[in-house]
Write a protein of this length. Structure first.
Lengths: 304, 289
């Protein structure tokens, strides 16, 4: 119980820090009126707009008002598009979720077979190959991989669309780029978890019983090794929304990541605050749930 | 189930291992550092000013390429080789500064928290918890955009975001070191805390710090490049690899080399740093996995 309370406090603290940082950093970034009105607007117009958005008040006052509005679920109005921030965010959620889940799937499909095989054939060619794949996945910038794929599959071979969201074809390249990025960590984790279970007594027992190697690996060893891989995936799922910013920009994928970049480039304070807050809360809540799920799954942790 | 290939190929794998990717990576990084330091002397052209006559000139081996621009020229007729060379200064410079400063700050905080424990520790570790639970790139984008995109601000933001990674690990090791006899004896002998931290703790956490620093350097290069690519990093016309990829993106169909070379440069550099980092980790401390 004490652990849960501590963990909750930590999440709340993180949330508050995020809020504060985002609020104040958005406001030192310069006057949004410059971006909004262009060079030809008069000072009077700017002043009027500032008053309308409450930007003429002292920062701490604005901050408190912001928190008050947040408490009732009001994220404010986007300066650049004049529409409620919550509405703009809601519009992007399906695209983001689609990309995130597709990428997660790609990551697991790459990482699990490679991880299991390299654990079974530790020290062999396959293991070296898998390590190499993991190294590449860890080192290649998402935007570079994305552009390479665009050159090959969209420009040279003319097989896939370069950008936007539509049918399955649009999803292929973005999800592969984001998925391979995640696969590196998953592969290493699967491999080490499999090595752990393969050396355990119950796997030796299963072998002694004369079960086939296939049954031992997939039914006995893998079933236990997969648990940490899935929890890791849950944590990744949360960070993916933030991690997809670059990938979304490369493929003009209309998700939350692009909304962040657009908002920053337009200096749209309410929108920046809204999206970052939304993503931050998503990450914090997922992490909290994963930690709590551990407590339920592993009674040993409850005492600590 | 066992791959028949795996047995006889073991020797081949051993041979590849003996070829030592870490040594090749070290060699590559040394060359890159030398190139970055002497860029003004080596670079054939200005990285900022181009001639419009050689606009989008292809690399020398393609039709229409010339020896003037070995790897081609960009959309403003600037020589790619020169821009890549000067770009390495940006990438390596940012990585070096960010890693060194966040390393010093993080190590100090980690040692103090781990050594003194109690309330200091609790407060410092809460701060790192918070810092580590917020997605890095998200904050980096918002903060750099807020402070204004410049080389200096990119470095400052990355330092701000990176130190908790050191502090976390160093604190853990300090906790263990503190229980060792020689530290206890030094205390009994009346050695001041400052000296114990400096003489007995620091040298022992250095290997860990070095490993984190190498792996973080790879991450910093990626992060800085991503910021540049998104257009919220170091502003043009500075030669920075990530920015170059971002600018070359729209010319991908007609002049792929503008975006692909700097992308390749980032990829190779990050891969080398990762290889060196993994190797250092195995070499300095086989316990850490």
């Amino acid at each position: 119980m004490k652990y849960i309370l501590g963990r909750l406090t930590q999440s709340l603290l993180a949330l508050f820090t995020l809020l504060t940082l985002v609020f104040f950093s958005a406001h030192i970034s310069g006057d949004p009126m410059d971006a909004l009105l262009g060079d030809f607007a008069g000072e009077e117009q700017a002043e009027m707009l500032r008053r309308e958005y409450g930007l003429d008040q002292a920062l701490p006052v604005q901050f408190v008002k912001y928190l008050q509005r947040l408490a009732v679920g009001d994220l404010g109005i986007s300066i650049s598009s004049q529409r409620p921030v919550s509405e703009l965010i809601a519009q992007r959620i399906p695209a983001s979720l689609e990309l995130v889940f597709a990428s997660l799937l790609v990551g697991l499909v790459i990482a699990i077979p490679l991880g299991v095989y390299s654990a079974v054939h530790r020290g062999g060619v396959f293991d070296a190959f898998a390590r190499f794949i993991a190294l590449i996945g860890q080192s290649i910038p998402a935007f570079f991989q994305g552009l390479l794929m665009i050159v090959v599959f969209a420009i040279w071979l003319d097989l896939l669309p370069t950008s936007g969201r539509g049918g399955l074809a649009h999803l292929v390249m973005p999800s592969i780029v984001l998925g391979t990025g995640m696969a590196a960590g998953m592969l290493r984790l699967t491999r080490s978890a499999m090595i752990g279970t393969l050396e355990s007594d119950y796997v030796k027992m299963a072998r002694l019983k004369g079960l086939s190697e296939r049954t031992v690996i997939w039914k006995h060893a893998f079933r236990n090794a997969v648990i940490p891989v899935f929890t890791y995936s849950a944590v990744l799922l949360a960070t993916l929304v933030a991690g997809s910013i670059v990938t979304e920009t490369v493929f003009a994928w209309p998700g939350l990541g692009q909304l962040v970049v657009d908002a920053v480039l337009l200096r749209d304070f309410p929108l920046i605050q809204g999206v970052v807050l939304f993503i931050g809360v998503f990450v914090l809540v997922t992490n909290l749930l994963v930690d709590l799920a551990y407590l339920v799954l592993d009674p040993r942790l409850r005492k600590g | 189930m066992r791959l028949p290939l795996s047995m006889p190929m073991r020797e081949a794998v051993g041979a590849i291992r003996r070829a030592r990717p870490p040594m090749l990576s070290l060699g590559f990084m040394t060359l890159l550092v030398v190139a970055a330091v002497f860029a003004p002397l080596i670079a054939p052209d200005s990285p900022r000013v181009g001639q419009l006559s050689s606009r989008m000139a292809p690399p020398v081996w393609l039709d229409g390429g010339s020896v003037d621009h070995l790897l081609g020229a960009d959309q403003l007729g600037r020589d790619m080789v020169s821009r890549l060379l000067f770009g390495s200064r940006t990438s390596l410079g940012v990585a070096f500064l960010a890693v060194v400063f966040s390393g010093v700050i993080g190590t100090l905080i980690g040692m103090v928290a781990g050594y003194f424990g109690g309330r200091t520790d609790a407060i410092l570790m809460r701060i790192t918890d918070v810092a580590l639970s917020i997605p890095l790139i998200l904050l980096a984008i918002v903060l750099v955009a807020a402070l204004g995109p410049s080389l200096q601000n990119v470095v400052i933001v990355i330092i701000l975001l990176l130190w908790p990674y050191y502090a976390r690990q160093v604190r853990g090791e300090t906790l263990t070191l503190r229980t060792f006899d020689y530290v206890a004896l030094a205390r009994v002998a009346g050695c001041p805390d400052r000296v114990i931290i400096w003489r007995h703790i620091l040298p022992n956490v250095m290997p860990t710090v070095l490993v984190i620093a190498t792996l973080q350097a790879a991450n910093v290069i990626l992060l800085e490049a991503a910021l540049g690519f998104l257009g919220v990093g170091i502003p043009p016309p500075s030669p920075a690899w990530g920015l170059m990829v971002g600018e070359g993106r729209i010319h991908l169909a007609t002049a792929w080399w503008i975006a692909i070379w700097p992308g390749l440069a980032i990829f190779l550099t990050v891969m080398c740093m990762n290889i060196i980092g993994d190797w250092l980790r195995d070499w300095l401390d086989p316990k850490v996995q």
